[in-house]
Design a binder for this molecule. Structure first.
Ligand code: R5P
Length: 300
């Protein structure tokens, strides 16, 4: 089998470094840069005719990146690539999966169409699935696969905060927090959240869980954006007598002010996976992501 050409920035390609070591993939050669006026320039330097290619991109702050991705995917097709696999450890826009107010863009649907038109396969990590049950339901036009970060999160928590109770800040977080708690054999509590605005959420439900008093807890969520969800959750837990030992998230988006919001809530240990580059990255996904990709590639 010819190795798959994997295109991406050096930082992004490090997520699939195990595939280079095993010979399943090889870094693709391209020039991807901006013209002085900000428009994108792209040139593919490999002969991709008849070959499978992979694009690897961290898609936090996605808008400019999506333009480059479209240029790359469409150019690879024009040059004869036969199979395109998108590796996006964070899938953006998944939270806007409904027209909550009249006239809104359902951006997750639009993104699914956008990917469906360009790629044969997509692999991501813990996509934000709420009203749609599976990634395939959200992305019906591609071979869509979701890798779970739960074993990696559990490994970090087991090594750094052994014996902690796992807490999810809202109903959706149960899908990420439960497998972590199960892997650790730890108790799990899910709080209740009501969102009134981007930086206005109310979290309750901690006082009802009397066993939380006096416990060490680790809060888990898929995304830290403004930090408000985890800040309010940490405050509710502290009011209930728990000790919040760490906040662990999969995708560290960190909107401006998020770190300060978390610090003001007394959270001093925040860790994340490297699905989006951030100073809190402490959990490397490359082995798990690469194993899943290798299985998908060999299974084709
Ligand atoms: C929402 O449902 C997600 O799971 C996260 O809880 C949310 O995106 C976190 O956003 P923020 O940090 O702005 O509260």
């Amino acid at each position: 089998m010819n190795p798959i050409f994997a295109f991406g920035s050096a930082d992004d390609l490090s997520l699939v470094a195990p595939l280079f070591r095993s010979g399943v993939a090889t870094p693709g050669r391209w020039e991807s840069r901006s013209f002085p006026d900000g428009e994108s320039y792209l040139r593919i330097d490999d002969d991709v005719r008849g070959r499978s290619c992979m694009l690897v991109a961290r898609l936090d702050r996605p808008d400019a990146k999506l333009t480059r991705l479209a240029f790359a995917a469409d150019t690879l097709r024009e040059l004869g690539a036969t199979h395109l696999h998108m590796v996006a450890p964070y899938l953006p826009y998944m939270r806007q999966d409904e027209r909550f107010r009249p006239g809104e863009c359902v951006s997750s649907r639009l993104l699914a169409r956008w990917f469906g038109e360009r790629f044969d396969a997509i692999t991501t990590v813990d996509p934000h699935l709420h009203r749609l049950p599976t990634l395939s339901a959200a992305f019906p036009d591609v071979d869509a696969r979701a890798v779970s970060s739960a074993p990696a999160l559990a490994e970090w928590i087991g090594a750094n905060v052994p014996g902690a109770t796992i807490v999810g800040p809202d109903e959706e977080a149960e899908q990420w927090a439960r497998p972590v708690a199960d892997a650790l054999g730890a108790p799990l509590h899910i709080l209740d959240k009501v969102r009134h605005g981007d930086r206005d959420v109310v979290v309750s439900g901690a006082s009802a869980h009397t066993p939380l008093a006096g416990r060490d807890v680790v809060l888990i969520d898929d995304i830290i954006s403004t930090g408000t969800t985890l800040a309010r959750a940490a405050e509710a837990l502290r009011d209930a007598g728990a000790r919040v030992r760490a906040c662990v998230c999969v995708h560290a988006l960190f909107a401006p002010g998020a770190t300060e919001t978390l610090q003001r809530a007394g959270i001093d240990r925040i860790v994340s996976t490297n699905s989006a580059l951030h100073e809190t990255n402490a959990i490397d996904l490359s082995d798990r992501l690469s194993s899943a990709l290798e299985a998908a590639i060999r299974g084709r």
